[in-house]
Design a protein around this ligand. Sequence first.
Ligand code: MG
Length: 243
Amino acid sequence: MNNVMLDIETLGKKASCPIVSVAAVLFEPATGRVGQTFYARIDYQAARQYGQPEEETLLWWQKQSDEARQEAFGGKARPDVVARALRTFIATHCAKPRVPWGNGAIFDIALLESWFDRVDPQKDDQGNDRYPWSFWDVADLRTLVRLSGIDVRAIPFAGEKHHALADALHQVKIAHTAWQRLFPDEGQSYASVTEYQLTQCKRALTALGLLPPVSFFSERERHLPGQHSHAVNLRSDAHEKSD
Ligand SMILES: [Mg+2]
C-alpha cells in the first residue's frame, strides 16, 4: 500500500501550533482496504514546548466530549520520539511513491511538516528538509470529496470523533466512497464485455431512478460452469474487445 491517511489533534490551526496526537493509516482508495495503523499521544506539557497554542482552539476543546478531551490530552510520549516513530512507520510500511492524505490541503500534512521542522529536523544530502514523503505526492481528501459529489454525512462514524485514529479510519471510508463514485470500474474485472456493458446500463438506469440499486448479476450467474471468460481491462481496451 502506498497511500497513508494522516490525522492530527492540535492546539491550534496554524502551522506553528502544538500537536497532541497523531494517527496514520495505510489504505487503498480503490478498495477501501486498510493496512497497518499508527497512533501516538503526546504529553501535553511537552507538546506545548514545540508550538504556540491558540486560544480559539483551546476553547473549542472545552466544548468537546470528556472522552475526546481525555484522549487528546492524556498522552505521555515525547514529541521527538513520536516524530521519529512516525518517520520509521511510514518508511517501513508505506510503499513508494508514498501518498500522504490529509483532510484539507493546508492542515494535517502542512502542520506535520512544520512540526517535523521543530521537533525532529532532518536534512537530505542536498540540505533540503526531509519528511516521510515528497511534497509533490501530497493529496487532499476535501478536494477529492468535492470532485466526487458524495455526501460525507451519509457515512457513519465509528468510535469517538476527534480521536485521531478514529478520524483517520473514517477518512479512509470517505476516500474510498469518493473514489468509487469517481472511478467505479477501478479494481473490478468482468467476465465478458457483455457483463461490463450490462453493468454500465444498470448504473445509468439506477442513476436515473429507473432501477433499484441492486446487483444486476447473481453470484451463480457470474460463474456458470464452462462459461468462457477472461478478465477485461476496462480502462484501456474494454470497448475494443469482444467475446
Ligand atoms: Mg481529527
